[in-house]
Design a protein. Structure first.
Length: 118
């Protein structure tokens, strides 16, 4: 009877520990890293891109960003005039947000037609 009681105690403790471990959800930002945006390396959560790179980013944000996610985490990418926002979500419902500051400069071939008249 002692062996059976001990066995039951071990099973109950194991199930309790498993249940506690299963409810612990990770932070969606764990392991998240953005390496480049529109082919330009991200430094200090900011990037400077040209107008044509920005237009391509707006059209296809997923294809113009290189980033890593933890297993199971999903990302929704939103582009505003000055920010690139990653809304992250784990399978358990935890959410996180990561922002990159965008600085958009004119393309090199864009020139002001009034430059020579001033």
């Amino acid at each position: 009877m002692k062996k059976f009681s001990f066995f039951i105690l071990i099973v109950v403790l194991s199930l309790s520990l498993f249940a506690c471990e299963a409810t612990v959800e990770s932070d969606p930002l764990d392991g998240f890293k953005v390496t480049s945006v529109a082919g330009v390396e991200v430094k200090d959560n900011a990037v400077t891109i040209t107008r044509s790179q920005y237009d391509a980013l707006v059209a296809l944000p997923e294809e113009n960003c290189e980033y890593t996610l933890a297993s199971g985490v999903t990302a929704k990418i939103i582009v505003t005039e000055t920010k690139l926002v990653f809304d992250l979500k784990t399978p358990g419902g935890n959410e996180g947000k990561y922002e990159i500051t965008l600085t958009v400069v004119p393309d090199k071939d864009e020139s002001d037609p009034l430059d020579g008249l001033r």
